[in-house]
Design a binder for this molecule. Structure first.
Ligand SMILES: *[C@@H]1O[C@H](CO)[C@@H](O)[C@H](O)[C@H]1NC(C)=O
Ligand SMILES: *[C@@H]1O[C@H](CO)[C@@H](O)[C@H](O)[C@H]1NC(C)=O
Ligand SMILES: *[C@@H]1O[C@H](CO)[C@@H](O)[C@H](O)[C@H]1NC(C)=O
Ligand SMILES: *[C@@H]1O[C@H](CO)[C@@H](O)[C@H](O)[C@H]1NC(C)=O
Ligand SMILES: *[C@@H]1O[C@H](CO)[C@@H](O)[C@H](O)[C@H]1NC(C)=O
Ligand SMILES: CC(=O)N[C@H]1CO[C@H](CO)[C@@H](O)[C@@H]1O
Length: 326
């Protein structure tokens, strides 16, 4: 009996030992796969369209470089617009309405003050972020908060038809609270989504990724992007090589539309810092009717929105008495 127990015990040890070896070998394989050659994309994304965002006037004397939303880059579901703005007082974006989508304002330099018709008011500064869900309706102003040129990015993200008339909501994040990681000469600020295993706290109603990358000369990046999402790049500063290793160099103020695929690789080819945003989102695949600051699904809904705005109802009630203060 005793020998039998000993036999079982030894067999157990033996099996356990084998088991551990297996596990540890497998762990090693996974780890080296991630840290050295990682991640080998099954279907790397490449650049399918390159558009220069030319400067134009918008609002009241503000200069914007529009990429998404310009005639060559419309209907990039779920994105409606991306503006790189550059504004000196007294220019700005005085009282104007929104319905049916979200605006994401990210300050690159300087500060902007916003105030809305529900009494919400605040200032965002360099590196701060405001994620505003306009939902059923907001009227607000966005004006420079300091002297000189104030710069930032504003992205418009569509809401699905079931979310278009939700209550307005703000998510504000100060620069110090924006998740960030630095790895091998690549610094990333994670506004939405995930990079290098770090996740943003921002909740996005339309699933979205928004990453701000700064790459030192000589650095290289592999970033995964969900395969079915639409994704693009906007270059803020410097120049880089995107998608395929031997593709041509692209410089600042260009937007690059990416093919579908599970990830993106980027190389620098210059002695300067490269800074760009990578933005991706799950397409809504629903019909759209946009009229200026209103984005709905049908012509009838747009007409309804104009009426609501005109008669101050269905979300625009506060518009009756409200004017922003200067
Ligand atoms: C584990 O790795 C070692 C060293 O590379 C190798 O000799 C051994 O055969 C591997 N064991 C298994 C179970 O794969
Ligand atoms: C597994 O990784 C450990 C720690 O990095 C290392 O000491 C060991 O040699 C590796 N084993 C194999 C089989 O690569
Ligand atoms: C990116 O992926 C490629 C191909 O899998 C690999 O050769 C390269 O080392 C990776 N780069 C980084 C920084 O992980
Ligand atoms: C890129 O160009 C280099 C040198 O011109 C060449 O050796 C390499 O094979 C090319 N790589 C690809 C993926 O085409
Ligand atoms: C915008 O949102 C609507 C639905 O809410 C959707 O049907 C449409 O495809 C979207 N359009 C764009 C350009 O993203
Ligand atoms: C991967 C790559 O293209 N690296 C280049 C980045 O920039 C430096 C500086 O110009 C080059 O030396 C590297 O070859």
């Amino acid at each position: 009996m005793k020998t039998f127990h000993l036999f079982i015990f030894l067999l157990f040890l033996l099996l356990q030992h084998k088991f551990f070896v297996r596990i540890s070998n497998r762990t090693n394989i996974t780890m080296s796969g991630n840290s050295q050659k990682s991640p080998c994309f099954e279907k790397p994304r490449s650049v399918v369209k390159k558009v220069l965002a030319k400067a134009q006037y918008e609002g009241d004397g503000a200069i914007v470089r529009r990429s998404i939303g310009r005639p060559e880059l419309k209907n990039f579901d779920p994105f409606l617009m991306l503006d790189e703005f550059s504004v000196s007082p007294p220019a700005g974006f005085p009282d104007h309405p929104h319905r049916g989508f979200e605006t994401v304002t990210y300050m690159l330099e300087g500060a902007f003050t916003h105030q809305d018709f529900s009494g919400h008011k605040g200032t965002i500064r360099t590196g701060d972020l405001q994620w505003m869900t306009a939902g059923r309706g907001i009227i607000h102003s966005e004006m420079p908060a300091g002297d000189g040129v104030q710069k930032g990015l504003q992205l418009w993200i569509n809401l699905s038809s079931k979310d278009k008339m939700i209550e307005p909501r703000y998510q504000e994040l100060q620069s110090k609270d924006v998740a960030h990681v630095e790895k091998d000469g690549v610094y990333v600020r994670i506004i939405a989504g995930e990079a290098f295993g770090v996740q943003s706290p921002v909740y996005t109603r339309t699933p979205t990724m928004y990453l701000d990358f700064t790459m030192k000369p000589g650095s290289q990046l592999n970033q995964s992007v969900p395969e079915s999402w639409n994704a693009f790049i906007y270059i803020i500063e410097g120049e880089g090589v995107f998608g395929k290793e031997n593709s041509s160099i692209v410089s600042s103020h260009h937007a690059l539309v990416l093919s579908s695929g599970d990830g993106l690789s980027v190389w620098n080819r210059s002695a300067r810092t490269l800074r760009f945003i990578l933005v991706g989102g799950q397409p809504l695949n629903e019909p759209v009717v946009q009229y200026g600051p209103f984005v709905m699904n049908t012509q009838a809904e747009i007409e309804q929105t104009f009426e609501d705005y005109h008669y101050c109802r269905n979300g625009f009630e506060n518009a009756k008495q409200w004017r922003s203060q200067s």
